[in-house]
Every structure is written in structure tokens, then in C-alpha cells.
Design a protein around this ligand. Structure first.
Ligand code: B16
Ligand code: MG
Length: 234
């Protein structure tokens, strides 16, 4: 029997591609506030909390806390308007099959997303009931790259960290998974997720059995140093 008992999935970039909606919402805010913001800038926001994203977008400029809050709320309103369009067709290729295979293999399934809109996204995708635990942007105060969210999700599933595999598309998320002492499968280019134990371009052509076999040949995951994020008050 495999020592691995649970899979924990990031949401944006792993299960669905809401990055485009995040980009359009930040872009609208940036244009209104005369801030320069490009698609290349948007790549740096992958996996970061809303507050950390705004800090990156500001590029060293500081604004009062009440302006930060107002801008985050405005961006979120723009973003949430897009979520009404989500349907099960918006699952990334292979994800529905991969989740079902994992369930059939007896694994527990968790979600570990920085997003405070994760519940609504899962609802739109029609997959909320597949998860034993859902950790979102409200679950912990320290966002990725801190390990807190993934440890919280593992605790809710009653599984120890070394028995968990995190699936992540963001460098901050890979760092968080390794700091949690979990296995990590990076989805995307080596330049972004190369620190993970395994890397694949996406889940499209990956059977669950391949992941379990490949990880079973590795030593148990070591805990990497913790890197703190900005506090993410709910
Ligand atoms: P929200 P993930 C992240 O989702 C996104 O990748 C990131 O771009 C976004 O800023 C963050 O969620 C917070 O989202 O504004 O909805 O709370 O990749 O962790 O699933
Ligand atoms: Mg992501």
C-alpha cells in the first residue's frame, strides 16, 4: 500500500484557469488608477493572496491602508462578475478524470487555494462535493509561500504532512508545500515549478498511478525553510 493518503490541489492554474479573470480585474483597476500593469506583471501574481498581489502591482509605491482595502474590494468586484460565467466546461483538461481516479484509489482530496472566492469557483465548476476539506483565503492568516494553508488542509483531513501530495502551478505554492513537509507535483515550466518533486506540463496526460509510483521511489519529503508572507487579514 502507498504511504500517500491525500492529494491537495491548488485551484487557479491547477483545476481551472481563473488567472485570466484575475488579470482583467487587476487591469481594470490599474487603468482606472493610472498604474502600469502588463500580462508579464500578472505572471508574478500567480498564487499570491489579493493583498500580496496589490503590493506587487504597486511596484514599491505605498498608499494608505484604506486605499489598499478600497482597491482590493474594487478589484474583487470586477473579478466576481466574471465568476458567473464558470461552468464544468472550465475544468482544465484531464482534471475531472484525475480527481475521479484519485477518489477511486481511496485517496482523500483537499483544496488549498489562496482565493477567498474558492467556494464559489468550486460551485461553478460543479466539483465542490469531491473534496473532503476546502482551505481557502479565509482559512489561515499567513498565505503562500508560508506552509500554513496546506498544513491546515491536511489537519482537516486527519492526514500527516508527509502522506500528502500538493499539486501546484505557482512558485509560491511549491515553496509552501515543501515548507509544509509534503510531496509536491509542479504543473508548468521547470523555470517556475522546478523545485517540486515531480513536474508535468499539466494533469492532462498524467494517470494517478504514475504519480504514486514515481513518488514511492523517493525518500520521505524533508521540511524546507518557512518563508513568511504578508499577513492576510480576513
Ligand atoms: P482572491 P490559487 C490565487 O489562487 C490566484 O492564483 C491569485 O492570482 C489570486 O490573487 C489569489 O488566488 C487570491 O484570490 O482575490 O479570489 O482571494 O492559485 O491559490 O488557487
Ligand atoms: Mg495557482
Amino acid at each position: 500500500m502507498s504511504a500517500i493518503q491525500a492529494f491537495i490541489f491548488d485551484l487557479d492554474g491547477v483545476i481551472t484557469d481563473t488567472a485570466e479573470y484575475h488579470f482583467r480585474a487587476w487591469k481594470q483597476l490599474a487603468d482606472e488608477e493610472n498604474l502600469l500593469f502588463t500580462r508579464e506583471d500578472n505572471e508574478q501574481l500567480r498564487g499570491l493572496s489579493r493583498r500580496d498581489s496589490l503590493i506587487v502591482l504597486l511596484k514599491g509605491k505605498t498608499v494608505p491602508e484604506e486605499t489598499m482595502l478600497a482597491w482590493m474590494e474594487r478589484k474583487n468586484n470586477y473579478y466576481r462578475a466574471f465568476l458567473h460565467n464558470l461552468t464544468p466546461q472550465d475544468l482544465l483538461p484531464g482534471v475531472g478524470r484525475f480527481l475521479q481516479e484519485a477518489r477511486s484509489a481511496g485517496l482523500r482530496l483537499g483544496l488549498g487555494s489562496a482565493s477567498k472566492n474558492a467556494a464559489e469557483v468550486l460551485q461553478g465548476l460543479g466539483i465542490r462535493d469531491l473534496f473532503d476539506a476546502v482551505g481557502d483565503g479565509y482559512a489561515v492568516s499567513k498565505a503562500k509561500p508560508a506552509p500554513d494553508l496546506f498544513i491546515w488542509v491536511a489537519g482537516r483531513m486527519d492526514v500527516l504532512p508527509p502522506a500528502c501530495v500538493v499539486f501546484e502551478d505557482a512558485e509560491a505554492g511549491v515553496t509552501a508545500a515543501l515548507a509544509a513537509g509534503m510531496y509536491c507535483v509542479g504543473l508548468g515550466p521547470q523555470s517556475r515549478v522546478g523545485a517540486a518533486h515531480l513536474c508535468h506540463p499539466s494533469l492532462e496526460a498524467v494517470p494517478v498511478s504514475n504519480v504514486l509510483n514515481a513518488l514511492s521511489k523517493l525518500p520521505p519529503p524533508a521540511r524546507h525553510p518557512v518563508i513568511d508572507s504578508a499577513p492576510n487579514p480576513s
